[in-house]
Design a protein around this ligand. Structure first.
Ligand SMILES: *Cc1c(COP(=O)(O)O)cnc(C)c1O
Length: 366
């Protein structure tokens, strides 16, 4: 008798491995491996979360209406064009299920977020990797990778794990160069950290074009990674499709309450962004003074490139940091074996990690 067989290709999908959160033999660690918020969530979000404990027997509001209202208030958007997901990851997966299948191609870039390729394979479609230039999304290379069967293009702007971004004008050129039937997904997981005047989080195209969708998350600047909440904005036609595919009640009541409060606490978000700017500046200066080259500098992490010299490689740095209880993220699986991605943490954490890296590189940490 033949046993149940999964669809072709499913067992070829590598398991996604998130950043480590513990180290054997160490009870206190500094976890800088998953780009979580240094300041944690807004106290108002924590308060709203706690209030839900009296209502755990009830199903949540399947439309997440209060969360959509909060997003629409803060960003000035149409509620009917917002979809909420259990993490923006869920929405990225829904987009693949809706618009791609066997025989179709989905483009992501060389060092792009790993989930794009994994979700593409989950629906039986074929991931196509467009090369990057200087570890940055290259619009011409994406356009050159398009074929008759391309259905979706994913870019994270800024990208994780590179921290590099392309200006709004380039995103518009990308859209203009793509056929109209191709869905362009602009993943803005780190949009709230961005300061460059030439940056645009994707809202303009998601608002005005019939084929572009922007995704955002509560896992990064809002400090609610454990609750799994994300959202997307796009044309009503695409949102209507995704609404048919998502599970009912996909966001739990605690997540809806906390995320809505977090979105409305714009002061807390501004504090988190300011904290990030300050430590980005200090970290870049410190790491460059150690002779390390940094690729991106726009999200809430730094990505130094370590030397090839034995004893000073990214692998050596990772081991050294772990001995000090610090968890960074190796990015070999993203094609960057010589880099480490280090999330910008709290004041205390940053002092410890920068001083550890200074010692590691053989410098004087004062
Ligand atoms: C963290 C991250 C996400 C996923 O966020 P969730 O909302 O937690 O699923 C999506 N895209 C990029 C680029 C990320 O770094």
């Amino acid at each position: 008798m033949a046993l149940p067989q999964p669809r072709a290709g499913l067992m070829d999908i590598p398991l996604y491995e998130g950043g480590k959160s513990s180290l054997s033999g160490q009870d206190r660690v500094i976890k800088l491996s998953s780009n979580e918020s240094a300041l944690g969530p807004s106290p108002k979000a924590v308060g709203a979360y706690a209030q839900v404990q009296d209502k755990l027997a009830r199903y949540p509001d399947s439309s997440a209406a209060d969360l959509k209202a909060a997003i629409s208030e803060v960003h000035g958007l149409e509620e009917s064009r917002i979809i909420c997901g259990a993490g923006s990851d869920e929405i990225l997966g829904l987009i693949c299920r809706a618009y791609a299948g066997p025989g179709d191609e989905v483009i992501h870039t060389e060092h792009g977020f790993l989930m794009y390729g994994l979700y593409t394979r989950s629906v039986g479609a074929t991931p196509v990797v467009a090369p990057e230039t200087n570890i940055t999304v290259d619009v011409d290379a994406i356009l050159a990778a398009v074929t008759d069967t391309t259905r979706i293009v994913f870019i994270a702007n800024p990208n994780n794990p590179t921290g590099t971004y392309i200006p709004g004008a380039d995103v518009i050129s990308l859209r203009e160069g793509l056929r109209e039937d191709i869905v362009l997904v602009l993943d803005g997981a780190y949009a709230e950290f961005m300061t460059g005047a030439d940056y645009e989080p994707g809202l303009a195209l998601a608002s005005d074009s019939p084929n572009t969708i922007m995704t955002r998350t509560f896992s990064k600047i809002y400090g609610l990674a454990s609750l799994r909440v994300g959202w997307a904005y796009g044309p009503k036609t695409i949102i209507d499709v995704l609404e048919r595919l998502r599970s009912p009640f996909n966001i739990n009541a605690s997540a809806i309450a906390a995320a809505a409060a977090a979105m409305r606490d714009t002061d807390h978000t501004a504090d988190a962004a300011a904290h990030n700017i300050r430590w980005m500046g200090v970290s870049l200066q410190c790491l460059r003074a150690l002779g390390l080259e940094i690729i991106g500098e726009s999200a809430n992490f730094v990505v130094p490139r370590f030397p090839d010299t034995h004893g000073y490689t990214a692998a050596d740095a990772d081991v050294y940091l772990q001995q000090k209880g610090i968890i960074a993220r190796r990015v070999t699986d993203y094609g960057l074996p010589n880099h480490l991605r280090i999330t910008l943490g709290t004041d205390e954490e940053m002092e410890v990690v920068l001083s550890a890296l200074t010692k590691f590189m053989g410098g004087d940490d004062g």
